[in-house]
Design a binder for this molecule. Structure first.
Ligand SMILES: Nc1ncnc2c1ncn2[C@@H]1O[C@H](COP(=O)(O)OP(=O)(O)OP(=O)(O)O)[C@@H](O)[C@H]1O
Ligand SMILES: [Mg+2]
Length: 571
């Protein structure tokens, strides 16, 4: 007896929905992309209960006539592909004709749509079945999705808390908004405005709207276009040439997590490990261990040379020539980062008229003395004349101290991290002072929500943060140790730690203290003077674990005279 059966259409749709619709954010993505394909200039998204109760997306696009509105819920119904040839030359966000039937099969949908100056239509669909059709005036399209997964309880169970689903939705809107700066976006969650992004003139302006000017100041821009006279191409693509427009961390704004790393190809947010790898390689020798760059990469590639039909949700891509895209990203970013780095290190590297300092009584050539009056240089080199502690800087992160039968190499950044970390945990650093001028810190919408939900923990560390509206928090108090720190970076890192969840072996307090300490400690670029070195060593000695920073990296390495003798084969 035959055992193979063709599945009924309802079940087929539910299986297909499983591939495309993972959670409310996937619905938001598909609906926004439909609105973009419909040439909308303004898209409004309303969410109730993290999208579990309602997802509504309204646009001012071209709309649909009655016939199309009835057809759009059918599987493989699309206006975007006409022939097989089009499949290898995709210029629209959608092309599979799958999103609406998938969404409709697992929710209760109301579509209201109409062409300009024509009577519109309203269609209600429950679990894929049409329930009601009415006339309804409309220009543009509005889709209301209620009770997602109401008929697939197993999938509904996988949905997370309202807060988590909202985070994913904000993330999705952020990606779509970055890839389409010319479109305005408004996102309301539970009747509260979460994002309001008017149409922007370029990517830079959209990044500014999303993250604020302080964030943008920490980024380096790199562009590549064979036709350099045409600046507008950078945000688009043109047949037969590859364009790149990138905004990436400068050498002073690395993060502890992979937050804010985006790749867009032909205005489509994608994931691609090889392009990410090219970005990290561009920072080779500059990126500290366990640090991550922020990056926004916008690539424009001839649609015939890239295949988007790889992943059901179109998140992955296949390139005809992967190597050349890799080299283009690597080459352009490396150059931009090198230029920025050169401008940054110049004051440290310049040695106008230098004389060799005498070898110290401890046997270490201490430093080079400069006759320059440049403040940074002369201040650093003062230590050559202060034989308080015999120390020598190696690069701008390590210094060596001799004594007690050997030589100790210290990573001043890691040492400072350990000291601050323990102070934060014991409450010593939390004696905060009220700022004379409270600081406004603009965050991304996700970060903003995470910070506001955790202000009590921040208070334990002496950081007092208030809601200032529009993704901005107001910092009223800070511990002294954080006065000069990059407070935006700290808040952003704290938020990403909260969003990602903490490792099982650490408490939230420990995880956050480690992140704050990392930011506020001496940056690799600042060289300590002799007195500061002495204080740092004394403070380090007082900590419970002076040999390791909170991330487990060594703070100091001791080379005994014995070990040195062995190395020189004197033993
Ligand atoms: N907001 C909208 N405005 C105008 N037309 C729309 C809108 N949303 C959907 N449509 C029409 O409905 C069709 C079906 O949409 P659906 O999202 O299911 O498929 P698609 O966008 O063609 O492909 P994909 O499954 O890859 O998203 C679209 O091709 C488009 O013609
Ligand atoms: Mg679509």
């Amino acid at each position: 007896m035959p055992i193979i059966k063709i599945l009924p259409p309802d079940l087929r749709n539910k299986i297909a929905a499983g591939e495309v619709i993972e959670r409310p954010a996937s619905v938001v993505k598909e609906l926004i992309e439909n609105s973009i394909d419909a040439e909308s200039t303004s898209i409004r998204i309303d969410i109730l209960n993290g999208g579990k109760k309602l997802i509504s997306v309204s646009d001012n696009g071209i709309g649909m006539d009655r016939e199309d509105a009835l057809l759009c819920f059918e599987r493989h119904a699309t206006s975007k592909l006409k022939s097989e040839k089009d499949l290898f030359n995709i210029k629209t966000m959608g092309f599979r004709g799958e999103a609406l039937p998938s969404i409709a099969s697992v929710s209760k949908v109301t579509l209201i749509t109409g062409l300009k100056d024509a009577p519109g239509i309203s269609i209600s669909v429950h679990g894929g079945e049409i329930r009601e059709i009415k006339d309804s005036p409309s220009a543009g399209t509005s889709m209301e999705i209620r009770d997602l997964f109401f008929n697939t309880p197993a999938r509904r169970k996988f949905l997370k808390s309202t807060g988590t689903e909202v985070f994913h939705i904000i993330d999705t809107v952020t990606r779509e908004a970055l890839s389409h700066p010319e479109t305005g976006f408004l996102l309301n969650c539970d009747n509260q405005e979460v994002m309001n992004l008017p149409a922007a003139s370029c990517i830079r302006e959209r990044i500014l709207q999303l993250y604020g000017s302080e964030f943008l100041d920490g980024l380096v821009e790199a562009t590549h276009s064979e036709d350099s006279s045409s600046a507008s191409l950078r945000e688009s693509w043109k047949e037969s040439e590859t364009t790149l427009s990138a905004f990436v961390s400068n050498t002073a704004t690395f993060r502890n997590s992979r937050a804010h790393q985006f790749i867009f190809i032909n205005k489509r947010p994608v994931k691609d490990t090889s392009i990410s790898h090219a970005v990290y390689r561009a920072y080779e020798g500059i990126l500290p261990h366990e640090k991550h760059p922020v990056f926004f990469l916008f690539l424009g590639i001839d649609p015939e040379k890239v295949d988007f039909n790889v992943h059901p949700a179109k998140r992955e891509i296949r390139f005809a020539d992967k190597e050349s895209v890799y080299q283009l990203v690597l080459g352009n970013l490396r150059e931009a980062i090198r230029k920025e780095r050169d401008a940054y290190v110049k004051p440290f590297a310049e040695s106008p008229e230098t004389i060799q300092a005498p070898t110290s009584m401890y046997g270490i050539t201490e430093a080079v003395v400069s006759a320059s009056s440049d403040s940074i240089v002369s201040e650093n080199l003062e230590l050559a004349y202060k034989p308080l502690l015999p120390s020598l800087y190696l690069g701008d992160t390590f210094f060596a101290v001799s004594g007690k039968g050997g030589l100790t190499l210290i990573d001043h950044h890691a040492a400072h991290e350990r000291i601050l970390y323990e102070r934060l945990l014991t409450g010593m650093a939390s004696q905060s002072s009220r700022l004379l001028f409270p600081r406004q810190v603009r965050l991304s919408s996700r970060e903003y929500k995470a910070i506001l939900e955790n202000t009590s923990i921040l208070r334990e560390f002496g950081i007092e943060a208030d809601d200032f509206g529009h993704d901005t928090v107001l910092i009223r108090s800070l511990p002294e140790a954080l006065n000069e720190a990059d407070i935006r970076g700290i808040l952003s890192d704290i938020a990403s730690c909260i969003i990602k969840g903490i490792p099982p072996d650490k408490s939230l307090r420990e995880s956050l203290a480690a992140r704050i300490a990392c930011h506020s400690s001496v940056r690799g670029s600042r060289v300590l003077n002799q007195e500061e070195i002495a204080n740092l060593l004394e403070d380090l000695e007082q900590t419970r674990h002076p040999d390791q920073c909170p991330h487990g990296r060594p703070t100091r390495i001791f080379l005994s005279l014995d070990a040195l003798k062995k190395m020189f084969r004197r033993k």
